[in-house]
Write a protein that binds this ligand. Structure first.
Ligand code: FAD
Ligand code: FES
Length: 278
C-alpha cells in the first residue's frame, strides 16, 4: 500500500499529490511515468512523474479529473492509501548536452508533465525556455514551481486573460521567426496541441519530441493497447516511449484510437458520480 502524504488542488479539476513510494522515488528519471490502481477494484491509470524526492521517499503526480478513476483519486485525502503504484515506467527523456538550446512546451496538465525535464535542464545550466499555456488564467498551473527553479518562462492563455493571448504554438512560432537557433523542442499536452507544435517545427527543421498518452493497460509491453505508429513502424508507447520524434508520429491514428472507449468511459463516470451522490 502507498500512502498519500500530501494533496493540493492546483486549479479547477487539477490536483497535485505526493505519494510515499520510496523505491520509485529513488529511481525515477525525467520523462518517466507510473501506473496506479486506487483499490482492489480500480482500473490501472498511467500518470507522469512530476517530481521525486529520494530523501523523503515520495513521488509527486499532477492529474486532471477526466473520468471515473481520476475522479476517485481526487477524493482521496492525506493519509489515505493507494493499492498499487508501479514504476518508474517508460524511458527517460533524451536531453541534449548542456550547450544546446531547448524549449519545453506544456499545455494544460501537460505543463506538470514537462516540469522534471525543465528542472533537469536548469540543473545542467542549459539554455531552456518553458512555454506554458492554458485556456484561461484560472486553469494555468506550474507558474510558481517553474519560477522557483529559475526557468525562463513564457505564459500563454487562449483567451488572453493572462500572459500572451493565443496558443503555445503561436509563442513558439514567434521565437522561431526571429531566427533564433533552437536544438530541441519538447512538447507535452493535448494531442491537438502536440500536433500543432509538430507542424510548426517541421517548417523550421527543428528536432521535436512529443510525449504520447494512448490508452495503457499493463504498461510493460504485453497487451499492445498503447501501440502507435511512428515512422511507419508500430511502437508500444509504454516501453518504446512515451516520447517520440513528433515529425514521425501518425497523429490521425492516435486521435481515432483515443476515442474507442468514449461511451464506456462516460457511463463509468456517470455511474461513479451517481454512487457518490447517493
Ligand atoms: C504515459 C501517460 C502519462 C499520463 N500522464 C498524465 C498526467 O500526468 N496527468 C494526467 O492528468 N493525465 C495523464 N495521463 C492520462 C491519464 O492516464 C488519463 O486521464 C486517465 O487514465 C483517465 O482515467 P479515468 O478513469 O479518470 O477516465 P476515463 O473516463 O476512463 O477516460 C478519460 C480519457 O482518459 C484517457 N484514458 C482513459 N484510460 C486510460 C488509460 N488506461 N491509459 C491512458 N489514457 C487513458 C482517454 O483519453 C479517455 O478518453 C497520462 C497518460 C499516459 C498514457
Ligand atoms: S500498455 Fe500494454 S503494451 Fe503498452
Amino acid at each position: 500500500m502507498f500512502e498519500v502524504k500530501y494533496k493540493e488542488q492546483l486549479a479547477s479539476g487539477i490536483f497535485q499529490m505526493a505519494i510515499s513510494a520510496p523505491r520509485v522515488a529513488k529511481k525515477a528519471l525525467p520523462g518517466q511515468f507510473i501506473i496506479l490502481k486506487i483499490d482492489e477494484y480500480g482500473e490501472r491509470i498511467p500518470l507522469t512523474i512530476k517530481d521525486n524526492d529520494p530523501g523523503e521517499g515520495t513521488v509527486t503526480i499532477v492529474f486532471q479529473v477526466a473520468g471515473k478513476s481520476t475522479l476517485q483519486l481526487s477524493l482521496l485525502k492525506t493519509g489515505d492509501m493507494i493499492e498499487d503504484f508501479v514504476g518508474p515506467l517508460g524511458n527517460q527523456t533524451e536531453l541534449p548536452d548542456s550547450k544546446s538550446r531547448v524549449v519545453c512546451i506544456g499545455g494544460g496538465v501537460g505543463t506538470a508533465c514537462m516540469y522534471s525535464q525543465v528542472k533537469e535542464l536548469v540543473r545542467r545550466n542549459s539554455a531552456v525556455t518553458a512555454i506554458i499555456g492554458a485556456r484561461t488564467k484560472n486553469l494555468l498551473i506550474m507558474e510558481d514551481d517553474l519560477k522557483e527553479i529559475g526557468a525562463e518562462l513564457i505564459i500563454c492563455t487562449d483567451d488572453g486573460s493572462y500572459g500572451l493571448k493565443g496558443f503555445v504554438s503561436n509563442a513558439l512560432e514567434n521565437m522561431l521567426q526571429t531566427g533564433e537557433k533552437i536544438d530541441l523542442v519538447l512538447a507535452i499536452g493535448p494531442l491537438l496541441m502536440m500536433k500543432s507544435i509538430a507542424d510548426v517545427t517541421q517548417g523550421y527543421g527543428v528536432h521535436t519530441l512529443v510525449s504520447l498518452n494512448p490508452i495503457m493497460v499493463d504498461g510493460t509491453g504485453m497487451c499492445g493497447g498503447c501501440r502507435v505508429t511512428v515512422g511507419g513502424v508500430t511502437k508500444f508507447t509504454c516501453v518504446d516511449g512515451p516520447e517520440f520524434d513528433a515529425h514521425l508520429v501518425d497523429f490521425d491514428e492516435l486521435f481515432m484510437r483515443q476515442r474507442y472507449y468514449l461511451d464506456e468511459e462516460k457511463l463509468a463516470k456517470e455511474k461513479h458520480s451517481c454512487k457518490l451522490n447517493t
